[in-house]
Design a protein around this ligand. Structure first.
Ligand code: SAH
Length: 345
């Protein structure tokens, strides 16, 4: 796919403008208009001369378009966005009293095949471009009239399986001349692509890293997560240590509690052996139901008892509140085409 103007760094725009015989401050005006103001096309960047805006019309500009929205009782909204080629992805908008978080998708579909996750049930279609991830943020800001101040890469897709575009997205959204979001306000969740975690260490972007763990041994993990056949929990821990040393950011471990599968005493013991110390934080989540997976969520009392038992063993852990469950907008319930929402009309 040809690089769209709204997925270019300021440096790349300068290169393009030099080719067009334009001074570099014009590139800066365009970048500022598109990313700080979240404008929807170069045409809207009125600081640029009209002739230049016209010339820019011939260059690709890629955004997302709202197809449908579902509003949850808790104020969350699940938005189905259409991409230029007709594919769709979902984005979840979550307002809280003191902040607004947006959960964005990084791929159309997912190759990882985790059994309990809806996002992986349809065939993988393609990676999202950086500008398509950015547009989920900017268009949601426009639709809601709200400012997004936290982003979680926890929607459809495995972000580290779309490494280059995700890193480009991160560089653009944290650019001081653009939206200037702090890397600390961004969380990237991965099922544990170990070599890519090491690559991320090299980038040195101090974002929050979340690992979808969901089991306390490799053997158990292999039952629900195919990625466990490629990388062991040990290898993930080593990579996280390197990440922590470089960025100083605590690592979260996502752990959905499945009755009788991973909520046993032996799981508590294994987790507390593996994840002792201030660099780890375990997020316990109820399993959200999807029709393709038969496992049941642990009951609420069990989840809180599990949290308590981890605390007693000196482990940092908390139970994550669900958002958007009534609209299938909760973790692991996002699909590229959700029955409840229909397809693009
Ligand atoms: N592929 C990345 C990003 C997706 S994040 C990753 O695996 O981390 C979505 C989160 O929801 C992941 O932690 C995922 O494991 C979790 N999840 C998947 N299915 C779920 C379900 N049915 N209930 C609760 N959480 C689920």
């Amino acid at each position: 796919m040809e690089r769209a103007i709204n997925g270019m760094t300021q440096k790349e725009l300068e290169g393009l403008f030099t080719d067009l015989g334009q001074p570099s401050f014009r590139a800066s005006q365009l970048f500022h208009g598109l990313h700080e103001k979240g404008l929807k096309s170069p045409d809207e960047v009125t600081t640029l001369p009209k002739s230049l805006r016209e010339a820019l019309r011939t260059y690709p500009f890629r955004t997302v378009e709202e197809v449908r929205q579902l509003l949850s009782q808790d104020g969350s909204r699940k938005i189905l966005y259409a991409l230029e080629d007709g594919n769709t992805v979902e984005t979840v908008y979550m307002p809280y009293p003191d902040r607004t978080t947006l959960c964005i998708s990084s791929q159309v579909g997912c190759k990882m095949g985790c059994q309990f996750c809806a996002s992986t049930k349809a065939a993988f279609v393609r990676n999202l471009q950086a500008e398509e991830m950015l547009s989920q943020v900017y268009v949601t800001e426009e639709i809601t009239g709200d400012r997004i101040d936290r982003i979680v890469l926890m929607g459809i897709g495995e972000p580290l399986d779309n490494y280059d575009e995700v890193v480009r997205f991160l560089r653009l959204i944290t650019d001081p001349r653009g939206k200037n979001l702090s890397a600390r306000s961004i969380t990237l969740s991965t099922c544990g692509l170990v070599p890519r975690i090491y690559d991320l260490v090299e980038e040195g972007i101090p974002l929050n890293l979340a690992i979808s763990l969901h089991a306390s041994s490799d053997e158990d993990r292999r039952r629900t997560m195919p990625i466990a056949n490629r990388y062991s929990i040990r290898e993930i821990i080593q990579a996280c240590l390197a990440y922590f040393e470089k960025t100083g950011r605590r690592i979260s471990l996502e752990y959905v509690l499945i009755e009788g599968e991973n909520d046993r005493l032996q799981d508590l013991d294994a987790l507390s052996r593996l994840f002792k110390g201030p660099m780890w934080h375990i997020n316990l989540l109820p399993l959200n139901p999807i029709k393709e997976y038969k496992g049941k969520s642990s009951r609420e009392e069990r989840i809180y008892a599990f949290e308590d038992a981890l605390h007693k063993r000196g482990i940092h852990a908390s139970v994550r509140k669900k958002r958007g469950e009534d609209i299938d907008g909760a973790c692991g319930q996002l699909r590229i085409l959700y029955q409840g929402m229909g397809g693009p009309s």
